[in-house]
Design a protein around this ligand. Sequence first.
Ligand SMILES: C[S@@+](CC[C@H](N)C(=O)[O-])C[C@H]1O[C@@H](n2cnc3c(N)ncnc32)[C@H](O)[C@@H]1O
Ligand code: SF4
Length: 428
Amino acid sequence: MSFADLRLSLATQSLDFVMQHTITHSLSLADATVLPASLSSVAFTQEQHIETLYIHIPFCHTLCRFCSFHKIKYNQQKALEYFQALRKEIRHVIESGLRFNRVYIGGGTTTILEDELVKTIELIKSLTTVREISCETDPSYFRTGHPEVLNGLVDRMSIGLQSFDDRILKASSRFEKFGSGDEQEIDIRRGIELFPTVNVDLMYGFKGQTPDSVVTDIKRLIQLEPDQITTYPLTLGIGKSRKKSQCLAGEPKDLFPQFLAVKQVMSDRYMMEFPWTYSRNFGQAVENKYVLDGENCFGVGSGAFGRFGEQFQISSFSIDKYIQLINQGGVGTSHHKLLSVKSINQHHLMIMMGKGCLDNALFKAHTGKSLWQAFPVELTYLLASGALIKQGDSYFTTEAGQFIALKMFSGFLAGMDYLREQAIELAA
Ligand SMILES: C[S@@+](CC[C@H](N)C(=O)[O-])C[C@H]1O[C@@H](n2cnc3c(N)ncnc32)[C@H](O)[C@@H]1O
Ligand code: SF4
């Protein structure tokens, strides 16, 4: 092992340890406050602009082994009631004065009741103007559903493939549900033909994956020319969900060579937006997902999170309670938490590292503090581990730094997972 490899290995091991500690401290919901009934409706004297409206659809037909997103097994009656409540909440939020640039519909399986999804998007379009509507789905939707009904309603479709490798699809229980890699390739081709912008999610870090097998997956996907490819490192939660997914994971040491392989194979035709998101290189960046840009977001639906400034908003994780809250005339938010400046800054740090540049002047203009004032320990660690180099007043991310940013992103996903586990307990 070279000195640089050893330095990076030590740096990532200590980072894992520090991140786990940070997540359990800064994202604990022990101090979250219950939203009083009097505040469960939002009302603004004038329009308030929030970048993203996040809408959560918490139903799936069957559950994938690695996934800790909020969802329950599909029940048609419950899902119909849920969509009705969701539209009430959306109407309430917009009529109260909130305005959004973008809408992101995530799940769960967002397309599980197409007619209801169509009605929901049409309602939003009838009440307000948004620049982009983005929706997640899985590949089999383009075979078994009627995706043409979403034409003109969804601007950006994000398709979760994860891998073309049938062994990985079988191990994660996706083969039986969504079909083989060959079948899903045909499905994705159809999705790409139908929607103006398409992202495809891949995952790596599974047991049995190698740099070569990851490259095979990516080359196959690149041939289909999606606008954007998001490559998620398999993330094991730090709570109960870890047990379920840990048998799928490869060795932590195998992640760095896989990351380098991803980066290399993407570099011809795709631009790295973040070390986990790549966009087709037509000279102009495609929009990134709401979770990555650190902008304000309001969440609706059971299991949604939102953040505006230091306020973190948690919607009820019990679907029945959520419907009840909405039928009382309010929003589905059940709890609030005040985020510390430190944890908001750590999110900024991940985004800046991922983007490749820590610009001191920009950071100071945004937060009132210099980078050294905000991150004395972090900068010392990042410079010592070779993750950053200094140029003038700013710092630039090296290749090792890109990998550390990817690990920070995985820590962010684990943090969301930890929040979800606590939110389920709050709802019980
Ligand atoms: C919540 S899923 C919804 C997409 C859709 N239901 C599907 O299965 O294709 C969104 C994306 O999160 C990613 N994801 C889910 N669990 C993950 C985990 N444990 N680690 C890393 N990424 C994960 C997957 O890439 C997935 O496509
Ligand atoms: S990965 Fe998608 S289909 Fe699988 S359980 Fe999670 S949300 Fe449902």
